[in-house]
Design a protein around this ligand. Sequence first.
Ligand code: MTE
Ligand code: MO
Length: 483
Amino acid sequence: MHELSRSKAAFCGLLAGLVAGIAMTLVMLLLAWKLRIATPLVILGDRFVGAIGGLIYGVLIRNRDRSPVWSTLLVFAVLPLLVSAILLWPVLGTHYAGMPIDAARAVTLLGLGLSFLVFERTLVLGFDFVTAAPRGRPSTEFSPQVGRRAFLMGIFGLLLAGGVTAIARKLFRIATFSYDGTQYKGPGVQPITPNEQFYCVTKNVVDPRVNEGLWHLEVSGLVQSPRTYRLQDLKAMSMVDQETTLMCISNGLDAGLMSNAVWRGIPMADLLQSAGPLNGAAKVKLHGVDNYADTFPLEKAMDPTTLIAFKMNGQTLPHRHGFPARVIVPGYFGEKHVKWLTRIEVAGADAKGFYETQGWGPDFIVPTRSRIDVPDNESWIKLADAKRGVPIKGVAFGGDRGISRVEMSFDDGESWDDATIHYPGTKLTWSLWSHDWQPDESGDYTLVVRATDGEGEVQEFEEDREFTSGITGFHKVLLHIFE
Ligand SMILES: Nc1nc2c(c(=O)[nH]1)N[C@H]1C(S)=C(S)[C@@H](COP(=O)(O)O)O[C@H]1N2
Ligand SMILES: [Mo]
């Protein structure tokens, strides 16, 4: 057995650990990219942890003969797998090609196990390689020549890192940064939002791209007869078309996280009725393949307007909007319209969703809102032009209560004029309105819009409402009319 100084052992361990961490990251990225397995990709963290683990390993192992394989396997693969399984249990059921939740959990654990195994093997074999005594010489005579071997190990690490970068780039290109937060507002707003322009919000860095063959929809929980449907079973059921507007809970007064489409799908009630909710059932908890879930009352789920949608404006649901199936639940914030739906769980009264556990709510019902799309805030208009009429237009949305009236003010809410609703939509959609305004004098004007919903309630600022239930208030636009 050769002697190895403590610092040399630490260095070799650090190096082997670093390379092993890179190797593990490469495996995780390959799994994510090729098999859509969602192992937690904390890239830098993994490498850092790898290097530290290697350093400790190097120092501990220095004066021993090779430790038995089972002990390093235990410490570097089995234990991390156990710890991850415990700590990450709630997120393990994620699979970006839409594998059902239980199968996804098994596959993710397999992927994690493989990643840790690669770490352990690279660490142990890499350490052995770097610290091996030169051939032909009695190993006790010299401190091993680690220089050349460390260099080779470093090159190997760099090659792996190149692979990591290449795959990370590929994943970055399909990441959601380019479209998460897409808004729809301004002069171009049409009654029906084209699919490519529909607002978009996701919690994911990489969104699911569900494989129809892997996907299914479960109805489970507090039901008499749980069932599993394939996509073709669902498509054979009788469908309805329903125009419905969606708005995100975090939509600002002047923002465009709101859009309208015609959704084609089956009433959720049809599936719930054949499953038969049991006593104690109070809510449905809807799960996406991305480990997202949200809830609403069973009563709302039974409403004929609550749909499982497969089509959007006559086209197959786009991937980013939830292919192959998403929930449409009129009157509730966007959060509840779960995309990439894979499980309908009938649950008790205290079931909670992803955003609810993060502190959103308690109210998830869309309050009446309206927005001025034309003209822009801080526009300057010549009085002579303004006298020929300043076109004003925008949208108003009353959740599932419809819109019965839209009014404009040009004096910051002192007095109000009726606007024209030129696209009334339905109870479940926004209305589009316009107004022609002819100011007599130059000056600064504060334009305000307010809507009245289908139940006669006038839009208002609800002082007691917390922003976590979605803000209320009035959109205002400042106009400068000059001589
Ligand atoms: N599975 C899943 N469903 C989801 C989300 C998500 O991240 N994952 N985001 C929600 C949020 S916050 C909103 S506002 C709407 C947005 O739907 P859209 O992107 O189709 O407009 O989807 C909801 N459904
Ligand atoms: Mo949202």
